[in-house]
Design a protein around this ligand. Structure first.
Ligand code: PLP
Length: 348
């Protein structure tokens, strides 16, 4: 069903796994499937290569483009497994629908993904903390510059071996001017443009000495939404709190998995609107116990400082904390070190 054209000689021997920059090295193969004349064509795995597109490429002008981010993990017994890949499949198609793009057929995504990772299985790193980052994406590939939906689309998957993601001290600024996402908008999708729109405000925060932005609601900036490109969780007075999903918040698979783990550990977990005031008040009164971002790249990214207006609040951030406990627990499930009680892993 998937057509396969293999490379003649692998680039693996000339790739230095000890010096990988996130997302800059790509494995030997990629998958491509094109949608034309109202239907999906043959899915093909071929050598990783540049493709030729004209400058009238629709996606460049009108931004019908969305992506996914997931990982393949080397197992303790030497095998390879994916983490909840059907969640990525479903989310890509939710993005596709909202951006007026055709949905990718399930067998193209799932069978294509499995075959691609299997062919490049030597690219799944064996070193502790490393994994193969997988980037499925879908973009409009007609060549015309009229402002209407494209007629052709390309679905592709590329993969990149990556090291552990050290974020260092994460200083986040509560953003009160710019907005990542609005009611009725595309914040719940992994649309390329959501990132394009976030770079400038993030750069302004970086210029002020922060690493990331805590996004607040578009209306009056009183509700906490996400942290950079991650979902956000707080531990306040012994309770775990995260904003509820909405059309403005991306439904993170890491977030969903962490909520499941926390509940199974008997933690009190609240999914409800969180105000900037309650976080600042908790920080001022020393009962903001932890704060962290949740996402595929870093798993959890503990926040060390929260900046609000002219003040900076330090957040406790201990290696004994719940963030680290979650990170270790997820890593153990993903590498097959503990039983996969929730049926999250798909072995290849
Ligand atoms: C991708 C993403 C996340 C995290 O999603 P995961 O499925 O956990 O990787 C959170 N927020 C935004 C805005 C994202 O783009």
């Amino acid at each position: 069903m998937i057509e396969i054209r293999k490379i003649e000689s692998s680039r693996l021997p000339s790739t230095d796994f000890s010096a990988l920059e996130f997302g800059k090295a790509f494995s030997d193969h990629m998958l491509i499937c094109e949608f034309k004349n109202g239907q999906w064509g043959q899915a093909t795995i071929l050598p990783y290569q540049d493709l030729n597109y004209p400058l009238s490429l629709h996606a460049l002008h009108y931004g019908q483009a969305a992506f996914e981010g997931m990982k393949a993990y080397r197992q303790i017994d030497g095998g390879i497994a994916l983490f909840r890949p059907e969640m990525n499949y479903e989310r890509l198609n939710r993005s596709a629908v909202r951006l007026a793009m055709p949905e990718v057929p399930k067998e193209v995504f799932m069978e294509g993904l499995k075959s691609l990772i299997d062919i490049d299985r030597e690219w799944v790193p064996k070193e502790e903390g490393m994994s193969l980052y997988i980037r499925p994406f879908l973009f409009s590939s007609s060549s015309f510059i009229a402002a209407r939906p494209s007629e052709s689309y390309t679905f592709a998957i590329i993969t990149s071996p990556v090291g552990p993601y050290y974020t260092g001290n994460v200083k986040v600024k509560i953003e009160e001017q710019y907005t990542r996402s609005a009611a009725g908008g595309i914040g719940f999708t992994k649309a390329a443009g959501n990132y394009g729109g976030a770079f400038y405000p993030t750069r302004k925060a970086v210029e002020k000495g922060y690493t990331q932005i805590i996004w607040t609601d578009h209306k009056d900036h009183r509700l906490i939404e996400e942290s950079g490109t991650m979902n956000i969780m707080f531990r306040i007075g012994g309770t775990m709190r995260t904003p509820p999903l909405s059309e403005r918040i991306l439904a993170g698979i890491t977030r969903d998995s962490i909520l499941t783990l926390l509940r199974s550990w008997g933690e009190i977990v609240e999914e409800r609107p969180i105000t900037v005031d309650e976080v600042v008040y908790a920080a001022e009164n020393n009962y903001l116990e932890e704060a962290f971002g949740m996402g595929t790249a870093a798993v959890v990214s503990p926040i060390s400082t929260i900046g609000f207006r002219e003040r900076d609040f330090e957040v406790p951030n201990s290696s004994e904390g719940i963030a680290m406990k979650i990170k270790n627990a997820l890593n153990e499930i993903r590498t097959g070190k503990v039983a996969d009680k929730n049926g999250w892993m798909l072995r290849l």
